[in-house]
Design a protein around this ligand. Structure first.
Ligand code: NAD
Length: 254
């Protein structure tokens, strides 16, 4: 193995979901910098086109779709499979958070929207991706949980936390199932990262408390997470599967 930042990723096809989100943009940029071809997906084609136009390197694609749709999921995997070498990495950052500071305010629609997006869509997307990767003799799946998988969530995020706990458990089962096919599946657990998801409807006092209680002394930036994703996709992480990587500036230690 040669040692480089994105070892094994040069010329590979990488799907990044949630690519116009806070963390997704940084992840797409990081993969493009390694020489990988990025298939960027999110809900809005105009924003995706703008993102892809700015990525370093060539051959990147922008595909707007809703991951809750199984037809859209299949179209995404088929498109990535059509690229040279087929799909090698799924970096799945897309998710939905609806904060409800009183649990009495949680509606059935809040429950369904978060569980359907964060857990149900993730399972079926992973299965599609893994079946494609089997045909390609291996691959890497990087899922996003959250520190809330362990804490239960701050600032009105109990339903979201339940979905993210499910992602950790599910990733372990997927890792066991698809390991024999050369496919690794790991989860990244960010702490507080400055993105629209964190900041929407968050009480500024809660934000400040989190900042003060973070040993590294600041709320993370998307770039603080992107390196971990590239590492997990690279050849350097080839013997890691079923792991949850804590990227929280020390806010939680495990
Ligand atoms: N920001 C944080 O502090 C933080 C902390 C812990 C975990 N996370 C996790 O990191 C990941 C990225 O979060 P972020 O902060 O960048 O969020 P974000 O809200 O900035 O981005 C999420 C993206 O997902 C897309 N998306 C949502 N539903 C979709 C659907 N049905 N189909 C297609 N795209 C859809 C959104 O359009 C958005 O662009 C998420 O999984 C999140 O749960 C974030």
């Amino acid at each position: 193995m040669s040692w480089s930042v994105g070892a094994g990723l040069e010329g590979r096809t990488v799907v990044v979901t949630g690519a116009t989100g806070g963390i997704g943009q940084a992840v797409a940029n990081a993969f493009a910098t390694t020489g990988a071809r990025v298939v960027a997906t999110d809900l809005d084609q105009v924003r995706l086109d703008a993102l892809v136009a700015e990525l370093p390197g060539e051959g990147h694609l922008a595909m707007a779709l809703d991951l809750k749709s199984f037809d859209d999921q299949q179209a995404l995997i088929d498109r990535a499979q059509a690229e040279p070498g087929g799909l090698f990495v799924l970096a799945h950052t897309a998710a939905l958070l609806r904060r409800r500071n009183s649990l009495d305010d949680v509606t059935e629609d809040d429950w369904d929207a978060q569980i359907d997006t964060n857990l149900k869509a993730t399972f079926f997307l992973c299965r599609r991706a893994a079946n494609a990767m089997k045909d390609n003799a291996g691959g890497r799946i990087i899922l996003f949980t959250s520190q809330s998988w362990m804490t239960g969530g701050f600032g009105g995020a109990a339903v979201y936390a339940a979905s993210k706990g499910g992602v950790v458990s599910m990733a372990r089962g997927l890792a066991r199932t698809y390991g024999p096919y050369g496919i690794t599946i790991n989860t990244v657990a960010p702490g507080q990262i400055n993105t629209p998801m964190l900041l929407t409807d968050l009480d500024p006092a809660v934000y400040e408390k989190m900042r003060v209680e973070t040993p590294l002394g600041y709320v993370g930036e998307p770039e603080d997470v992107a390196g971990t994703v590239v590492f997990l996709a690279s050849a350097h992480a080839r013997y890691i599967t079923g792991a949850t990587i804590n990227v929280s500036g020390g806010f939680l230690m495990y």
